[in-house]
Design a protein around this ligand. Structure first.
Ligand code: HEC
Ligand code: HEC
Ligand code: HEC
Ligand code: HEC
Ligand code: HEC
Ligand code: HEC
Ligand code: HEC
Length: 363
């Protein structure tokens, strides 16, 4: 019993997190089942989710075409005077090497973070076990490698430092807890877990659910399905759940936090934090859930029509929501009210603080 309890605890993320550590939203006690088994009964959702950028947000580097297609590459690191080379070995491993005069440092890259929608940053480990975030990343924006965001300002002195930023154990645990499923925080690397954000990262461990659903006569309406259904959350709780990765939202009483988010353009990266500032969110009867606009099992939809329909569901004459209509235009709402902003050199984000945006560039 005790041993079982210990294992379970180890599988669950710790409570009482800071901003960069995701919370668990579920309450069921269960072991993880792995997403494959969900496919048997939730085939359509599974197929969409498997192809999503959530699922692809962590992969083995050798399975990441964006990386392997452009190898070998060589970049001169002006800051350190070292030469960085990324190659694929005969066994298929990706190796990053930094050489300066006759000194050479090398690491094998073990994880590719990012689906490639925006960028991919490889992470490897030195011989002494230290995790290293590669100094070079692949960016969709230019469709090529460049200095990793945040590393551009770095000042590596040695060939070892030019390989990339050393990550502390805490950094690594945070990376994995947001980019994998079923990650045990006491593990240095995700041993038991699945790569990428899969079913049980949002629904919680599912072995009990599978057991109950496989048994006959357990499908009665109202019976405990032993799995977390995030559709039961109110709008703010859902913003918190998604916000455990997409920027934890402040409560509407936390005026200092709200002011800080309003005043920091870089918070556009954090959709949950920005959305809760919107009048649409605060003044609608049931709030404005992420899932009103996004299918959580698939990527964003690109058509204007999709978004216009969402806005007009509240902002049309005669609808119950009592939201005003626009005096300026009748379509393409997000182009003016949710503009895309360049946050960092290599990526743009959509401002989820829905409002009349004044004196700013629009897309
Ligand atoms: C043996 C078939 C089976 C398997 C395997 C299975 N499910 Fe289900 N699941 C069901 C059935 C049946 C329902 C109830 C459907 C309904 O009420 O419409 C359900 C409902 C759900 C719900 C909604 C729960 C609720 O309260 O309404 C979620 C979420 C869910 N499953 C997730 C998963 C995940 C994640 C996995 C993989 C770990 C999984 N399921 C594996 C059969 C299965
Ligand atoms: C465990 C962390 C985590 C949670 C929880 C999470 N996300 Fe994400 N989300 C990510 C990561 C990481 C990416 C970037 C994936 C990539 O590499 O492209 C992402 C990307 C997205 C995208 C962009 C997909 C695309 O088209 O490229 C949307 C939309 C999104 N998330 C919505 C949501 C919503 C809605 C929720 C809550 C139901 C949610 N996310 C919960 C981590 C998370
Ligand atoms: C709090 C959860 C969280 C943590 C911790 C986290 N990420 Fe992410 N990561 C995300 C989300 C959400 C996205 C997608 C939206 C974005 O880029 O902000 C993302 C996107 C990415 C991307 C895609 C490119 C990009 O910049 O958008 C890479 C690469 C990445 N993360 C690497 C890492 C690495 C390496 C670490 C650890 C040093 C890490 N992440 C830690 C949540 C997290
Ligand atoms: C990023 C978080 C996230 C991931 C990953 C995720 N889900 Fe969901 N899932 C949700 C949310 C949020 C809802 C509620 C949707 C709503 O209310 O419209 C949901 C709803 C469901 C439902 C109930 C559908 C219904 O109509 O009642 C099932 C079943 C389900 N998910 C299965 C899965 C399976 C299987 C996977 C993996 C292949 C998966 N989910 C991955 C967030 C997620
Ligand atoms: C769930 C209903 C709902 C949805 C969906 C919704 N809104 Fe709103 N929105 C409101 C309410 C309620 C208000 C406050 C009353 C008002 O200004 O009409 C508001 C206010 C606004 C305002 C005025 C903001 C201000 O600071 O005065 C703009 C602009 C706006 N919404 C645009 C949009 C756009 C664009 C979309 C789609 C991307 C959208 N809304 C989706 C309910 C909604
Ligand atoms: C009123 C509709 C609406 C709501 C509600 C909404 N989003 Fe979005 N979201 C959008 C639009 C529009 C885009 C941009 C799509 C595109 O690129 O064409 C977007 C894009 C995203 C992206 C991709 C990165 C980016 O910034 O472009 C993420 C991640 C995301 N949303 C997360 C969330 C989360 C988490 C929530 C809930 C807290 C949420 N969204 C609620 C409309 C919405
Ligand atoms: C070309 C840019 C543009 C587009 C497209 C656009 N709007 Fe607006 N919208 C504005 C501007 C500018 C204002 C402020 C008008 C003012 O204060 O005189 C505004 C005001 C609003 C308001 C506040 C109304 C009020 O009485 O002050 C709402 C709500 C709104 N828009 C919703 C929408 C919706 C919904 C759509 C899509 C059907 C949309 N907008 C399309 C630029 C736009």
């Amino acid at each position: 019993m005790i041993r079982f309890g210990t294992v379970l605890l180890a599988l669950l993320p710790a409570a009482g997190q800071t901003v960069r550590t995701p919370t668990r939203s579920w309450t069921q006690e269960s072991a993880y089942a792995g997403s494959r088994i969900c496919a048997g009964c939730h085939g359509a959702i599974y197929a969409r989710q498997e192809a999503s950028n959530h699922a692809g947000s962590l992969r083995p580097p050798a399975a990441t075409k964006e990386l392997t297609d452009s190898l070998p590459i060589r970049i001169a690191d002006r800051a350190s005077g070292a030469t960085l080379t990324l190659t694929q070995s005969a066994e298929g491993k990706l190796e990053l090497e930094a050489s300066k005069e006759d000194k050479i440092e090398r690491i094998t890259l073990e994880w590719a973070f990012g689906s490639g929608a925006k960028g991919i940053t490889p992470v490897g480990r030195k011989n002494d076990g230290t995790f290293v975030e590669s100094r070079i990343s692949w960016y969709a924006f230019q469709h090529q490698f460049g200095l990793t965001t945040g590393a551009a300002g770095g000042d590596p002195k040695t060939e070892s430092e030019s390989l990339g930023r050393n990550l502390s154990v805490k950094d690594v645990q945070e990376c994995f807890s947001c980019h994998t499923t079923g990650y045990a925080p006491d593990q240095p690397a995700p041993a038991r877990s699945e790569m990428g954000i899969r079913c049980e990262r949002c629904h919680g461990p599912g072995a009990e659910h599978v057991r109950v659903m496989q048994a006959a006569n357990q499908k009665a309406p109202g019976a405990d399905k032993k799995i977390f259904h995030p559709g039961t959350l109110d709008a703010f709780s859902q913003a918190q759940m998604c916000g455990s990765c997409h920027g934890r939202p402040p409560r509407d009483t936390d005026l200092d936090a709200i002011r800080l988010i309003e005043q920091s353009p870089n918070t556009v990266r954090f959709s949950s934090q920005r959305l809760v500032l919107s009048r649409c969110f605060n003044e609608s009867a049931d709030g404005l859930k992420c899932t009103r606009c996004h299918d959580p099992h698939t990527n964003v939809v690109a058509q204007r029509q999709h978004w216009d329909t969402r806005c007009l569901a509240c902002h049309s004459a005669g609808v119950r929501a009592k939201a005003r209509t626009c005096p300026i235009a009748g379509s393409n709402c997000v182009s003016c009210h949710m503009p895309s902003e360049r946050v960092m050199r290599n990526s743009e984000f959509t401002d989820h603080w829905i409002r009349v945006v004044r004196e700013r560039a629009r897309r």
